[in-house]
Design a protein. Structure first.
Length: 554
């Protein structure tokens, strides 16, 4: 691929922002905190390899498991040999990194950081202990409809999210789906090396993919994002039968069968399968892509809605929503530090809990939480509130939690807003976040270092933006932020949000007590809930204040 060629021009920057003149206009997201290290920084400083076992092998390199020294979490490291990569392969890798940095979905593999030395490029991602979905298919032979629906729902959710972001994967297959947890069949979509940015009504032309899963229109060199839906239909067929819909002795024979597009359900294995799932597969594998449902529409197919079991809440949603209500921060550096900690330093247990609550609220599984979905969640635990009060509360939460201002709460914003702050804002994590901004390792953060960390790809109209951000924590006015100032800013964030929450809850309790009529069970139930929540947070505030005071004294 030549620089400036038509193919290269098809790729555009993932994040387009206008020129920023004030810190309040400044927005950032998960992609700004995927760390791309300089060649001076060694992988061994941050990671230790547990053993020499290779998890996967490719044409450019291999994947191994390593332990993140700070958190003790296991991660996967993909090592790519630079001398084996052509110029076009390097360009393609850079685009894949750019795409992975900014994709933010619980079923898409998270990229943490990138290292490079003279011989290799290293991509550090989440580690999925269950291996490839392909291997699970081989081991099982075939899936039950319920298990298949669970896998397909996650895959459709990830692809629906990608299509909303105008990204077409173009190589969906079981080898590119990792199992994060075999018991729950939680999956992660990987390998965006052949993905493509697209515009509405625009046709893609490059013929690529894997024979069994490729859509017929791709072979003709004129297709849109619904080629991914075809591939998901093929995957569902294989999950339920253990065999591909278009067999063949070699790729040529397979592709001939794909072009004919005749999907058969006559074999013995299909006799026990429902007519609804057969109909669903046929819809996703319509020869004319215009007749296929979108990924989002596929999520609402009757077979999907009927087959997916309702997940028990177990109080996870209530805890997350109550924490979300307490989230209040106007300081950009507070937001940035918390975003770094959440996107880089959470344990798998913390991530899994937040993922579960996110997916319980995200009813349409599009990878975003809308105001209507949040309102529905609040209504379940704050049933005493009127519709007007619910809308006002949702608007207030969105004003604080929607950090990039796009009108939705995405996955990392949910994590940032709902994570238990007193648990994640520990000393070692604060030190790591401080060092992330302290690029010169001088024990203080300057406006220049904040600019270096946060300005990636953004047009900043004035250097005052960075000075404004420094002033938020620079107590002595020397133009720098020391670690004690940084730590005080973050602990102040805890105290402030909890105090505001306490006052808000007490005010609500007082107002509702004055209005409460006699013999109104629903309202009484709601009042009991608020009273219980108030007492819980008053107690929690006192305990955490003790903890903060102790830390400050030390």
């Amino acid at each position: 691929m030549r620089p400036g060629s038509r193919l290269e021009k098809q790729f555009e920057p993932m994040m387009k922002l206008g020129t920023i003149h004030d810190k309040e206009e400044f927005k950032f997201g998960k992609g700004d905190f995927v760390v791309e290290h300089s060649q001076k920084e060694k992988l061994s400083t941050y990671y230790t390899f547990e053993n020499e076992k290779v998890l996967g092998q490719g044409s450019f390199g291999m994947v191994q498991k390593a332990k993140h020294k700070l958190t003790g979490e296991m991660r996967a490291i993909k090592r790519l040999t630079k001398e084996k990569m052509s110029v076009s392969a390097r360009i393609r890798l850079n685009y894949e990194i750019d795409i992975l940095k900014n994709l933010d979905h619980p079923n898409i593999l998270r990229l943490y950081e990138v290292f490079e030395d003279k011989k290799y490029i290293y991509l550090v991602t989440e580690f999925c202990q269950g291996g490839e979905l392909f291997d699970e298919i081989i081991a099982r032979g075939k899936f039950s409809e319920r298990d298949a629906a669970h896998v397909i729902k996650q895959l459709l959710s990830a692809i629906s999210y990608c299509h909303t972001r105008k990204i077409c994967h173009r190589d969906l297959k079981p080898e590119n789906i990792l199992i994060d947890n075999k018991e729950t069949l939680s999956i992660k979509l990987i390998d965006f090396g052949t993905s493509q940015k697209f515009e509405d009504e625009e046709k893609m032309e490059l013929v690529l993919g894997t024979a069994y899963y490729i859509a017929p229109e791709v072979l003709k060199g004129e297709y849109d994002e619904k080629c991914d839906v075809w591939s998901i239909g093929v995957i569902l067929y294989i999950l339920l039968s253990g065999e591909p819909p278009f067999p063949g002795g070699d790729d040529k024979e397979i592709l001939r069968n794909v072009i004919q597009g005749k999907v058969s359900f006559t074999r013995e294995v299909w006799k026990g399968r429902s007519e609804e799932v057969k109909s669903f597969i046929k819809k996703m594998m319509k020869m004319n892509s215009r007749d296929r449902p979108t990924a989002s529409e596929s999520l609402q197919h009757p077979w999907m809605l009927k087959t997916i079991d309702d997940v028990a809440d177990d109080g996870i949603t209530q805890e997350a929503l109550r924490t979300l209500r307490r989230f209040r921060t106007n300081q950009k550096l507070q937001q940035a530090a918390l975003t770094y900690i959440v996107c880089q330093l959470l344990t798998k247990e913390e991530n899994d809990k937040l993922k579960e609550s996110f997916q319980l609220i995200d009813k349409d599984a599009d990878g975003f939480i809308s105001k209507d979905e949040l309102k529905a969640g609040f209504r379940k635990i704050y049933s005493h509130l009127s519709e007007k009060d619910l809308i006002r509360e949702v608007d207030r939460v969105f004003e604080k939690a929607d950090l990039d201002g796009d009108g939705m709460i995405d996955y990392s914003e949910w994590q940032i807003s709902c994570v238990q702050k007193e648990k994640v804002l520990k000393e070692d994590r604060l030190v790591s976040a401080f060092k992330h901004f302290d690029k010169k390792n001088q024990g203080k953060i300057s406006a220049t270092e904040i600019k270096q960390t946060l300005s990636q790809g953004k047009k900043i109209g004035s250097s005052d933006v960075w000075k404004q951000i420094v002033k938020e924590a620079d107590k002595d006015g020397d133009g720098y932020i020391t670690f004690p100032e940084f730590k005080e800013m973050m602990t102040q964030f805890l105290r402030q949000s909890e105090m505001i929450d306490r006052l808000t809850l007490q005010s609500s309790l007082s107002a509702q007590s004055q209005k409460k009529p006699k013999k109104k069970p629903a309202i009484e139930g709601g009042m009991a809930l608020i009273k219980e929540e108030t007492e819980e947070h008053v107690q929690g505030t006192e305990e955490r204040k003790e903890s903060v005071d102790t830390a400050a004294a030390q």
